[in-house]
Design a binder for this molecule. Structure first.
Ligand SMILES: [Zn+2]
Length: 199
């Protein structure tokens, strides 16, 4: 006994003509499904790409926000430490924490260059410091520290006398004494400058 065919079953006619007609209908239906599937896949791909772009943009924004927040927190931490220590605490510039092509490194170094070439050398002479000092890592560290100490003492309404005396008597002369041999031969030729291919 033949099983009853369910409603909608395309194979309803067992004659050769009926089977051919059903096969044609199936092929047409398959082609339709294939077109539909292709269209959905294209749409899905477009959707995923759009989400990917949105996600990348969102991640970029969040990374920038986090970097800004990190800088703000670091600055606030320094301020709190400075307040807690009655102005005795000042963060030293940390060049190791930054890559040389990092924007923050360039900003920090540009500020140091401005202070050294725009204030320190014109004011104090500092014959030990040659024009190529900014290409010497040792000079960047030494001058960065005395710059930070200068800011700690003088970036306030009432500079601290003991700090000012120590800076002039001890910290600046010490840094210059240590830097003299570092740039001794730089008047004629500077190995650091040549290594960096700077004119
Ligand atoms: Zn040099």
């Amino acid at each position: 006994m033949e099983a009853p065919q369910s409603e909608g079953d395309p194979v309803t006619d067992s004659t050769p003509e009926g089977r051919a007609s059903s096969a044609a209908a199936l092929r047409a239906r398959l082609a339709e499904l294939d077109r539909d599937l292709t269209a959905r896949l294209v749409e899905l791909g477009r959707d995923l790409r759009a989400r990917d772009d949105d996600l990348a943009a969102s991640l970029g924004r969040q990374t920038n926000d986090l970097t800004e927040l990190r800088d703000i927190v670091a600055a606030l931490t320094d301020q709190v430490a400075s307040l807690q220590s009655g102005g005795r605490y000042t963060a030293a510039p940390n060049w190791l924490a930054l890559a040389e092509d990092d924007a923050q490194y360039r900003v920090q170094r540009a500020a140091l260059v401005k202070w050294v070439d725009g204030f320190l050398r014109p004011t104090y002479g500092c014959q030990e410091i040659q024009d190529c000092w900014r290409y010497h890592a040792r000079a960047i560290w030494e001058l960065g520290n005395i710059w930070a100490e200068w800011c700690r003492i003088y970036d306030r309404d009432r500079p601290e006398l003991a700090g000012a005396l120590a800076w002039h008597d001890r910290w600046l002369p010490g840094a210059l004494r240590r830097l003299e041999p570092v740039m001794l031969g730089c008047l004629t030729t500077c190995a650091e400058r040549r290594t960096r291919n700077v004119a």
